[in-house]
Design a protein around this ligand. Structure first.
Ligand SMILES: C[S@@+](CC[C@H](N)C(=O)[O-])C[C@H]1O[C@@H](n2cnc3c(N)ncnc32)[C@H](O)[C@@H]1O
Length: 228
């Protein structure tokens, strides 16, 4: 059963959702768009490509599709480059069309084309790979993360669960291990989270973990590389 969610305007003008029962938002109140771009695109995708300049394609796994904001940002990244991106995500509580419409995040992506087509890709086409743009393939799985099985490895993991106070189990070693298991050697795990226990858990799973300066309003975030 879906929790009650309210729309909240964040400081950069983009909107997010507040989940009453979790006392938690989908994105940072300091700026949903700004934070997602900084954490997942600048410190994730862009970083991975700077380490792999010869690569022609990148496979991203996202834990928590939610509003689809990270998918939209990654699609824009693909469209402004010659790179191919395969973006696979899981979501156990897909948002209805009415919520996507009210949130209006797709309005920030006029450059990606018609809003109705963007909305269709965000809300429909579950459980089947979908060539959203010529060099961007989206695969949204409507499934619980703990039931999902990777059919191949990934270059980057966008770990975008709710915060530890709202969803502690997602930051425990068992949950993190599921993601790390499908990450390629040299692959990048990235998240807005900066919690010490998460950093230690990732280290114990064989990742080299860096604390990076956080997006506006947050001191730090984590990025980890699979080195063994
Ligand atoms: C912090 S929100 C971020 C969502 C998304 N990345 C975005 O930008 O909107 C976390 C998302 O993870 C989903 N989620 C939480 N636990 C999950 C699980 N066990 N399996 C699949 N999805 C889950 C939630 O429903 C929510 O959509």
């Amino acid at each position: 059963m879906s929790d009650n969610k309210n729309i909240l305007r964040t400081r950069d003008g983009s909107q997010t959702l507040f989940v009453e029962s979790k006392n938690e938002t989908y994105h940072s109140k300091h700026g949903a768009l700004q934070e997602s771009k900084y954490v997942y695109i600048n410190k994730g995708l862009d970083y991975w490509w700077s380490c792999n300049p010869q690569a022609t394609r990148c496979r991203v796994f996202e834990m928590g599709f939610g509003t689809g904001l990270n998918a939209l940002l990654a699609a824009r990244y693909a469209l402004t480059s010659t790179h191919d991106i395969y973006f696979e995500s899981v979501e156990n509580d897909p948002l209805p069309l009415s919520t996507h419409q009210a949130l209006g995040l797709f309005n920030h992506f006029d450059d990606l084309g018609d809003g109705t087509i963007l909305l269709d890709s965000l809300t429909e086409k579950w459980n089947t790979p979908h060539q959203w743009f010529p060099n961007f393939r989206l695969y949204k799985n409507q499934i619980d993360y703990f039931q999902w099985h990777a059919s191949h490895t990934f270059d980057i993991i966008f770990y975008d669960a709710f915060g530890a106070h709202a969803q502690g189990e997602m930051w425990e070693i068992d949950a993190l291990q599921r993601a790390v298991a499908c990450l390629d050697l040299g692959g990048v795990w990235v998240s807005y989270c900066a919690k010490g226990s998460v950093r230690r858990n990732l280290k114990s799973l064989g990742l080299e973990v860096a604390r990076l300066p956080g997006p506006p309003g947050k001191r730090e975030m984590l990025r980890a590389i699979k080195v063994e």
